[in-house]
Design a protein around this ligand. Sequence first.
Ligand code: NAD
Ligand code: DAU
Length: 377
Amino acid sequence: MKRSIIITGGAGFIGSHVVRLFVNKYPEYRILCLDSLTYAGNLANLKDIEDKPNFRFVKMDICDFDSVLALMQEEKVDGVIHLAAESHVDRSIKDPFTFAKTNVLGTLSMLQAARLWWESLPEKYEGKRFYHISTDEVYGALEMTHPEGVKPPFSTRASSDHHLAYGEVFFTEDMKYQPHSPYSAAKASSDHFVRAFHDTYGLPTIVTNCSNNYGPYQFPEKLIPLFINNIRHRKPLPVYGKGENVRDWLYVEDHARAIDVIFHKGKVAETYNIGGFNEWKNIDVIKVLINTVDRLLGRPEGADIDLITFVTDRAGHDLRYAIDSRKLQKELGWEPSLQFEEGIEKTVRWYLDNQEWMDNVTSGDYQKYYDEMYKGR
Ligand code: NAD
Ligand code: DAU
């Protein structure tokens, strides 16, 4: 079946993996990557697919309602996968307004445009889908009742050799929303708008809440790419607090695969949590990164351990995230494919092999790519 799908935020980290997967896997679909190219958008993330006939890049702000609606009409859009957002917690602490504007008003603009466009058609919502990508941070922070870690109560194929849980409670789909940062408050608000559009207008929506992603093309302000680059260049590694906070890591291509399955087979009005039962304390992840970078660069393993520098904690720093993704696994058959150790090895290798990508990001040169390659296309 032919489809015309807008993927917002497709020049960012996760969005670029989703765009790549859809463009390559579904040549019969028209994939419209809508992105305003903020500091986090990088067209080099899409270089390998930019000439594919089923791909179109559109530089557009999701808050620009008139342009979004016109694009939907022009391209006869029947699906939206909405990832565009401000995504970095530390930035949200410094500048909450931008987060409210993009994440809340931008999502509202996408919802309203989809609603008006689809309601104008004879078949209305039939065959249509508005899929909103959200985060586990909306559920707030979990307690760490097992600081040393215990065997997780659930068995899953992909996790890691380390395979520990740091508490008994996990984020489930029916959990109360308790966001703590301006970022997660804005994402929570956008999730409420998505559900309100289903309940009020019947818009065929789906929401998913995923744990921390890692992998190629992540902007180096986030823990994993920042630290890989710093270890490579022997710069200090700023660990917030004592490094005891726990995050649940998922390889980005596994998230993209989940998005594919849910977009096609997920039930309208449902929520699915996405994660791989892969909890790690930050300090343990950092040690794995140091050992992996050192080994791959031919340095003695652990040679760079002294780069660890404990700094003032993040304000309101959530202690533990841990996703229960059994609903998705049971109902739609998705499972993560990679063990964390394999995923980290792949990721470190990618950043070491793609120093030019990293240099273009850190120098700001990546922002010239649109003018050089796309203007006038
Ligand atoms: P990112 O910051 O790497 O990319 C965001 C993209 O959105 C960029 O390309 C940026 O240019 C674009 N964008 C921002 N504001 C825009 C606007 N007003 N109009 C159009 N485009 C705009 O983000 P990411 O880490 O890839 O996250 C993508 C989505 O997934 C977000 O909604 C985030 O909340 C969610 N999420 C992220 C993670 C994670 O670990 N990174 C985990 C769970 C959920
Ligand atoms: O859980 C999903 C969320 O994961 C997504 O919704 C967010 O968009 C994404 O950015 C991520 O949020 P985190 O705040 O968990 O990710 P970050 O990479 O910023 O930080 C991971 C952990 O590492 C967190 O406990 C803070 C810590 N940290 C981070 C940085 C950048 C440090 O100790 N030092 C650092 O320099």
